[in-house]
Design a protein. Structure first.
Ligand code: C5P
Ligand code: MG
Length: 156
């Protein structure tokens, strides 16, 4: 049995009149991530965690934000391309992912199941393998959204 752990994180500043995307789901919120991309910190951190698990670098290396081709690439598409790259390098099974999103508002708890289902669907795994925790910054970073993600891969 050969396993690999991966870790990734991503953060953005929050701004008014921006969509709030999380785990491939668009949530109702007066503010969203200020980003060239859709600003989905959960999927970006997840993509980085998957690459890190196989020591394949990070998404900035494959999708440089300076390259206009990638500037507005949907995070779900980035994740799909990362999964393809992973599997091209080594056949793997995603055992589980565990993530924490730090955001003062809105409350994410009511969306936990929906976010887990969408993220799991993008990964092709059971939603029970997607653990999501939510934290406020206790007011220390009210204009900030951050995701931290760990993944466990089993080499096949
Ligand atoms: O950060 P704090 O420990 O005060 O968060 C308390 C609880 O509020 C968390 O355990 C989580 O269940 C919930 N929460 C949430 N949405 C957020 C932040 C926290 O549902 N944006
Ligand atoms: Mg607390």
């Amino acid at each position: 049995m050969d396993y690999r752990i991966g870790y990734g994180e991503d953060a953005h500043r929050l701004a008014p009149d921006r969509p709030l995307w999380l785990g491939g789901l668009r949530l109702e919120s007066p503010r969203g991530a200020l980003a060239h991309s859709d600003g989905d910190v959960l999927l970006h951190a997840l993509a980085d965690a998957l690459l890190a698990a196989l020591a394949l670098g990070d998404i900035g290396q494959y999708f440089p934000p300076s390259d206009p081709r990638y500037r507005d690439l949907a995070s779900a598409e980035i994740l799909a391309q990362v999964l393809a790259r992973l599997r091209g390098s080594q056949p793997v099974e995603i055992v589980n992912i565990a993530a924490t999103v730090t955001l003062d508002a809105p409350k994410l708890g009511p969306h936990r199941a929906a976010i887990a289902e969408r993220t799991a669907a993008l990964l092709g795994i059971d939603p029970k393998r997607v653990g999501l925790g939510f934290k406020t910054s206790e007011g220390l970073a009210p204009d900030h959204i951050q995701a931290r993600v760990t993944v466990l891969l089993r080499l096949l």
